[in-house]
Each structure stands twice: as C-alpha cells, then as structure tokens.
Design a protein around this ligand. Structure first.
Ligand code: SGN
Ligand code: CA
Length: 544
C-alpha cells in the first residue's frame, strides 16, 4: 500500500470512529465527515479542446489541474448527446425514456427524485448557478440563479426565485462571480454544500470575452483528417444531417461577417434568421465593447471581402474562423475554473471537496465535416470527465473503463453517504476511484430522439463495447452501422454486413437487445404518441 493510500485508509478509519462514538461533527468543512461537492457542467466542450486529453488546439492548465490532482476518465460518454436530456440524466441517473426529457423541447418533471433533492434531505445545502435548460423551475436547490433557456454571452439575464434579473458582464465571469459569492457570503458553513456551477460556454454562437478576442485570430488551426468526409460507407443519416461546416454554418451568425458584406458578395445563408440573430447579439454589446470588437473583427471582415473564398477554400476558411472563436470562448472557461479552484484552495476547502468537471456532451471540431453533436460517433458521444477528490482519488490517475453520465448521480450520492434509489440506472464511480473495476459494465447503451428538428440528425440507438459500436437509425430510415474502433478510430468504415464481422455483428445485436431490456427501453416502437407529439411541436416551431 502506498503512503498516500495508507493515509486515506487512516482518514476513513478516523471518520468512522468519529461517527461511531457520536462525536459532534465540527462545523469546519475540513474536519466534517461529509465532503462538499462542486459539480461543473460546461456546454458543448469537446474533449479535443481540453489539454488533459489533447493539446493540439489549446492549453487549459486550470481544468487540467483536476486531472493532475485527480482522475481523468478517458472513456466517458453520454446517453443522448444533447443538452436538456444530458442534464436530466445527470440529475436523475436515469435514461431519457424514463426521466421525462428525450429532447430539448421536453419539460423536466421536477416531481422526480434527483440527487440534489436527496442531498438536501441528508443535510446538504445545495445551489446552482448558470445553465439549467430544463424549462421547469429548479427544484432541490436552496439557492438558484439560472440562465433562461440558452442564455446570452454578453450581459446575460438570469431567472431567480424572485424573478428575472439583468446582469452586466461576460457570462462565464458572471456565473463564476455568483458561485464564489455563494461560497463566500451565503453558504451555511455548518452544513456540507453541493454547488452546481454550469457554464453556457462554449455553446454556439461562440462569442469570446473581450479579454480573449485576439487570442486565436490568424493562428493556423490544425485541420482534422476527416473534414472532407464524403460518408461513402455511412447511411443517409450522415448525408442528411444539417451540421456541415461547409453547408450549414452561418457566415454571419457563426463566422461574424457583417450581413451587408454577405449580401454584397452574393454569398448564401442557409437560414434567413442567421442574419438577424447576428445583429441582435452584436447589439447586446456596449458601445465601448463594440469598438473593441470591431478592432478585431473589422480586419477579418476586410480580408474576407478581398479574398472571397469559394468551394474548398471557403470550408477551410469557415473551419478556421469557427475554431478561433470556439477556442477563445474556452480560454475564459479555463481562467474562471482556475479562479474557483483558487478560491477552494485559499479557503481550505480543496481537501474535503469532490470537484467534477464534465460537459453535457462532446462536440465536432470539423471531424466528418461537422460542428454540433447528437450522433453516436465518438466526438459527440464522448464527453470530458475529470474528478478531483483527494479523500480517495489518487492524483494523476487515469481511468479507461466505459463510464456514462447515468453514473454521476449515484457517484455523488455514495460520496455523500446517501443511499442510492433502486430506480437509478447508473453505477457509482467510487469503486473506480479506488482502482476496482471488477464488476464494471462491458457495454454502453445510447438513444437519441430529436428528429425531425434543428440539424436533422435522425433518431438512433446503439451499443458500444471497448472495441465495437453498433448503431440503428430508424424512423424515416432503416439502417445499421458497425464500426471496429480499434482498427478504425475515426469511424470512416462502416462494416455492417461485412462477412469478416459476421460473428461480431451477431454478438452486438444480442448485447443491444439485452441492454434495451435491462434499461427498459422500447421507446422506438411503442410510443407513436410521443412521435406525433414531437412532430406537432416541431411544426409549431417552423422546423418541420
Ligand atoms: C441552438 C443552436 C443549435 C444547437 C441547439 C442545441 N443554434 O438551437 O446549433 O444544436 O441550440 O444545443 S443557435 O443558432 O441558436 O446557437 S444544446 O447544447 O442546447 O443541446
Ligand atoms: Ca450542449
């Protein structure tokens, strides 16, 4: 046993003795037996843009601290790669078909059991600041201030128990200030706390903070090998998806070229509202901010006007512009996480606090030609997961087991010493913290539903083992795809129906059926009512 492990065992024996002999719990969080929890969920943070995973695009030294001082999960996944569903999964530990949120239009049923509610009942104080995106009012939180819907990057509004409020500043800074203010001035220090600190960033439309406007501009960003994927072996689901940088990324709203230039040069925008959306966002800036903004984006606009890229050159230009802003937005996330971690250090809270860093899903940074998420392919199925918990997690450790966001709720509950309800479908990560994966899952289940809808990614479900992935696309298509991830990590070669994979394919079909039974999911065939309701809502939104 390492010196560090024996210290940890000593710590636990010490804690057990204290509770056994009925000693009064000290109010100092350092000596309290109940650990605090800081749960950070960013929005659309690709693991490819987090240097603990990969430093080809950006260095994120502050977020990386959580891996250096804790555990980095190399194979962390979501169950349904989209925002509201992922948040509902995190809160309940249940798949979308059982937690009321299958897509971004569903309303979260707050009468359900959630981990914040259970923590509250167990004597925790709970708070949430930032993105919520579940439509109903937050329940199970002593304090909450959340962004309405997606929220805004500049001078964001917040929903609070007292109604909507306006704030000044950049959203990532504002959320951090609220979280630190809670810790500093509002928190009841006689209780352990659970703080959800959820960022809007780096969600589309990628407006960096004034501090980071210039950071990545004109720095050549490496281009992914699959930027010009022609989906040769894939089903129509890939061709039909509307999330290609080349065809569906907006020159105005996403790449920040002034609408009058786009019009003058006769470039086409995929959707009309992109132009107004860009102007509305620009108009949220103060006059001083606008001036600073134009100093950086003015020359970019001029260059575009002079060079008028077309065809492949335009796709490469759009990719470069997209990444400059996306990475700029991440800079401010990293800086703010650093601020929060420093606060924990300075206030003697780091030792007895579990800090979880994750995103609601991954994101495409040009792989397969895409931005956005939704597909069960690796870049959006995976999500970053870094956990620092000095009580039991060895610093600098790396885990490669198949973990999923259904595991978050049971993990937090076990760490807090609260029993895990039977209906929870995930597993606590605590055994993995301690290096024990003897009873861990061998396969993951996934199900995505938001179709027809924005980006038009067809409904699909599937299974992923350590080496293989089997996907079924359904609804207005019937197609299967199979990938051998060891031999084809970029998922370019669909081998479904290939004779060499006959046995593998049969095994995966069987495993998929077992998982659907285990997780009680028959929602592709039996719920025509749900499907009709979805179509009606999407028609109301003018998306269908
Ligand atoms: C918005 C975005 C989409 C994005 C969805 C869902 N368009 O509609 O690109 O897929 O949110 O994102 S935007 O022009 O309004 O930015 S999610 O993270 O909330 O699921
Ligand atoms: Ca998201």
């Amino acid at each position: 046993m390492s010196a560090q492990n024996s210290m940890k065992h000593f710590y636990w024996i010490f804690c057990i003795c204290i509770s056994f002999f009925g000693c009064k719990e000290a109010s100092d969080p350092q000596t309290s037996t109940k650990p605090n929890i800081v749960f950070i969920i960013t929005d659309d943070h690709a693991y490819q843009a987090l240097s603990a995973y990969d430093d080809k695009f950006i260095k994120t030294p502050h977020i990386d601290r959580l891996a250096n001082e804790g555990m980095l999960f190399q194979k962390a996944f979501v169950t349904n790669s989209i925002c509201s569903p992922s948040r509902a999964v995190a809160l309940t530990g249940k798949f979308s078909h059982l937690n009321s949120v299958r897509d971004n239009l569903d309303v979260f049923d707050t009468t359900q059991v959630t981990f914040p509610k259970l923590l509250q009942q167990a004597g925790y104080e709970t708070a949430i600041y930032g993105k919520w995106h579940l439509k109903s009012e937050p329940k199970g939180f002593d304090y909450w201030e959340v962004l309405p819907d997606q929220g805004h990057y500049y001078h964001p509004e917040f929903l609070t128990p007292e109604g909507e409020i306006k704030t000044e500043g950049y959203v990532t800074d504002v959320i951090t200030d609220k979280a630190i203010n809670y810790l500093e001035t509002q928190r009841d220090s006689s209780k352990p706390f659970m703080l959800m600190y959820n960022h809007k960033a780096p969600h589309r439309q990628w407006w960096p903070s004034m501090h980071d406007l210039e950071d990545f501009k004109y720095k050549k960003i490496p281009v992914p090998a699959t930027l010009f994927d022609d989906y040769k072996t894939k089903s129509k689901a890939s061709t039909d998806a509307q999330m290609r940088i080349a065809d569906h990324m907006a020159l105005t709203m996403d790449n920040k070229i002034a609408p009058e230039i786009i019009e003058k040069l006769d470039y086409e925008e995929f959707l009309d509202w992109y132009t107004s959306s860009y102007t509305e966002r620009l108009n949220r800036l103060t006059e001083a901010e606008k001036e600073q903004w134009h100093k950086v984006y003015g020359p970019i606009n001029k260059d575009f006007e002079q060079n008028t890229p077309k065809g492949k050159a335009l796709t490469l230009w759009k990719y470069q512009r997209y990444m400059e802003d996306y990475l700029g937005v991440i800079k401010s996330v990293d800086r703010n996480i650093g601020k929060l971690l420093d606060y924990l250090d300075d206030n003697n809270l780091s030792e007895n606090t579990m800090v979880v860093y994750t995103s609601d899903q991954g994101f495409y940074l040009g792989e397969h030609g895409w931005f956005d998420k939704r597909f069960m392919y690796e870049e959006s199925f995976r999500t970053p997961l870094l956990i620092r918990y000095p009580n039991i997690v060895e610093s600098g450790s790396v885990n490669t087991d198949l973990v999923q966001n259904i595991d978050f709720a049971p993990t937090v509950l076990e760490v807090a010493g609260v029993s895990i309800p039977k209906e929870v479908q995930g597993n606590s990560l605590v055994p993995l913290f301690e290096g024990d994966n003897s009873n861990w899952r061998d396969a993951l289940y996934y199900h995505y539903y938001e179709y027809p809808g924005i980006h038009m990614v067809k409904r699909h479900y599937g299974v992923r083992t350590k080496q293989y992935k089997l996907i079924r696309f359904y609804y207005d298509i019937e197609a299967w795809e199979l990938y051998d991830l060891d031999n084809d990590p970029n998922e370019m070669n669909n081998v479904y129906g290939n004779h060499d994979y006959k046995a593998v394919q049969e095994k995966l079909h069987k495993r998929l059926e077992e998982l659907r039974i285990q997780y009680q999911d028959n929602s592709d065939s039996l719920n025509q009512d749900w499907i009709n309701k979805d179509i009606k809502r999407l028609q109301d939104l003018g998306w269908y």
